[in-house]
Design a binder for this molecule. Structure first.
Ligand SMILES: NC(=O)c1ccc[n+]([C@@H]2O[C@H](COP(=O)([O-])OP(=O)(O)OC[C@H]3O[C@@H](n4cnc5c(N)ncnc54)[C@H](O)[C@@H]3O)[C@@H](O)[C@H]2O)c1
Length: 344
């Protein structure tokens, strides 16, 4: 990528909840983008975040950003359901948009974002922080270097944190039963798409409906076929864990010339073994928010660099649309019990 020496992008962040804190840590480490303003529909959250970020500019209606000439980019960290509406409005107003996952909730919304980006000439990207995680980067590099040959099978388990706090359960209220798959599946399906180097074409999903008081399915298992012919088995898992249940992610990936077997459950390392005996201990899952290469800093930096250099963003919207289609196909499969093919 070309080196740029342009002034940093001036960023307005929208949605000052949990993940906005990680983005804030990212902006502190990135030279290419300055956080200058923030917005939350809850004014006290916007004010509190602005104080934490050391900025004086806080509002409760994102439309205020869009009319301003001193904001180049919006960073959309609000709840899933408003991502597309805000992204389309921002792009039409000539602002670049980094959009938290899921960047849209339907194929029509995703296509509208793509059209708005094309028509405005602005850049937009679905933020998929796992792609910049040191552990997944190491695994991706091993695959790209050809050490395991062509990947043909992946098993991924994402037992993300259970509902420790009441507000985490609140996030799942008033949402459809398959929301866990749409919300968290964007991570696992994007990861599989990236590691296998191919888009999903068919999904078959099954779920565990969850506790009586829990409005969403707490466990979803998907078998997905990719255009390359590779198969992935992915799990979204928020099952109430018994005491000492080991949390963490697991991946087992088979290629034509080797395997990757990685878990961060207890050991925090992984093994990549190829026919030539090559082996790599992949980094564990933890990182410091002050590390210049922490995922959110890398994600913001690489997006901002692409915008400043007028180059394609690291994750094209079309790829994220393919991932979204797979997640939605999974949701349909949960409803019908049948495997669902994805339109190209
Ligand atoms: N990349 C990751 O690893 C990761 C991790 C967690 C969350 N996320 C994504 O980030 C987004 C936010 O998640 P969170 O955990 O921070 O949620 P959160 O509920 O803590 O924060 C969301 C905030 O958006 C605000 N909001 C809602 N509607 C708004 C609107 N119209 N305009 C302005 N603000 C509005 C809410 O008041 C709230 O403060 C979600 O889409 C989620 O999928 C990504």
């Amino acid at each position: 990528m070309a080196t740029v020496s342009l002034p940093p992008l001036r960023v307005g962040l929208i949605g000052c909840g949990g993940i906005a804190g990680n983005h804030l840590a990212g902006y502190r480490l990135v030279e290419e983008a300055d956080l200058v303003a923030c917005c939350d529909i809850a004014p006290e959250k916007a004010r509190e975040f602005a104080a934490r970020a050391g900025i004086s500019d806080a509002c409760s209606d994102y439309r205020e950003f869009l009319a301003r000439g001193d904001i180049d980019m919006v960073d959309i960290c609000a709840i899933d359901e408003v991502h597309a509406e805000i992204a389309v409005a921002a792009l039409k107003a000539g602002k670049h948009a980094l959009i938290e996952k899921p960047f849209a909730m339907s194929v029509a919304e995703g296509e509208e974002i793509i059209s708005a980006a094309r028509e405005s000439g602005c850049r937009a990207m679905c933020a998929q922080s796992l792609r910049w995680h040191p552990r997944w980067r190491a695994i991706k590099q091993a695959i790209d270097s050809g050490r395991i040959g062509t990947p043909v099978y992946a098993r991924y388990s994402g037992p993300s944190s259970p509902f420790w706090r009441p507000e985490q359960i609140d996030a799942y209220r008033d949402r459809p039963p398959e929301w866990l798959l749409i919300h968290n599946g964007m991570h696992s399906f994007d990861l599989m798409t990236w590691l296998l180097g191919s888009l999903p074409v068919r999904v078959h999903a099954r779920s565990h409906p969850g506790q009586e008081w829990l409005p969403v399915h707490e466990y979803v298992s998907c078998v997905t076929r990719f255009a390359s012919g590779a198969i992935a088995h992915t799990e979204e898992n928020r099952i109430m864990p018994p005491p000492r249940y080991p949390l963490g992610n697991e991946i087992y990936l088979v290629g034509t010339a080797g395997t990757i077997d990685a878990t961060d459950r207890l050991t925090h390392f992984g093994d990549i073994t190829a026919a030539d005996g090559y082996s790599l201990l992949a980094p564990g899952s933890s990182y410091a928010l002050t590390d210049p290469d922490m995922p959110f800093a890398c994600e913001i930096r690489e997006f901002a660099r692409a915008v400043l250099a007028d180059e394609e963003v690291p994750i094209p919207l079309e790829t994220s649309l393919g991932v979204l289609k797979a997640v939605l196909a999974g949701a349909e499969s949960l409803r019908t019990g049948e495997a669902v093919s994805i339109d190209a």
